[in-house]
Ligand binder design. Structure first.
Ligand SMILES: [Cu+2]
Length: 175
């Protein structure tokens, strides 16, 4: 399964923050944050496994003990774009932070993702519409004039698109 990285958020005081639960691993284990801004990570331990006791960061190199109860806050300085890895003492629990440069990059990526999400139902709708054109043409020949046929074809296109989007949304919600 491909999981989207979790984005760090800016809290009201302007700190870039992300919360990580430690329980048989890190949740989330894939984080995306802005480069060039400090990042605060709040770790919460939910198990007493030895692997939950400390966390080691690759950049900057940090080795911190995590409090057994409550939260441990770790502040990372502003850094250039790149990847930071964090692991437990023996490297069994693993996570990574992707530091991205520009704010519009993730927006573009999400727009692209939206577009590919739309492609499937829109493609299906167009194919269905083209397939139904002969039937519409037949109706036009039998009963309607050309103007009415074009209106019917337009209405059919809208109906197919709406129907496919609705069906696709339902299918993505249920899976
Ligand atoms: Cu470990």
């Amino acid at each position: 399964m491909l999981l989207q990285p979790v984005r760090a958020r800016f809290d009201p005081s302007g700190h870039q923050v992300v919360e990580v639960t430690v329980h048989r691993g890190y949740q989330p284990d894939s984080i995306r944050a802005w480069a060039g801004a400090p990042l605060r990570i709040v770790f919460r331990r939910e198990d007493d496994d030895a692997c939950s006791e400390r966390v080691i960061f690759s950049a900057p190199r940090l080795d911190r003990r995590l409090s057994a109860t409550g939260a441990t806050t770790i502040d990372l300085p502003a850094q250039p774009p790149g990847e930071i890895r964090f692991t437990c003492g023996m490297g069994r629990y693993r996570g990574h932070i992707e530091l991205v440069d520009e704010r519009r990059l993730p927006i573009l990526a999400s727009l692209r993702q939206q577009a590919t999400r739309l492609e499937a139902p829109l493609g299906t709708a167009i194919v269905l519409w083209v397939c139904s054109l002969p039937l519409i043409a037949l109706l036009a020949v039998l009963a309607l004039d050309a103007g009415a046929a074009i209106t019917v074809a337009g209405a059919a296109l809208v109906a197919w698109v709406a129907g496919c989007l609705w069906a696709f949304r339902r299918s993505t919600h249920t899976t």
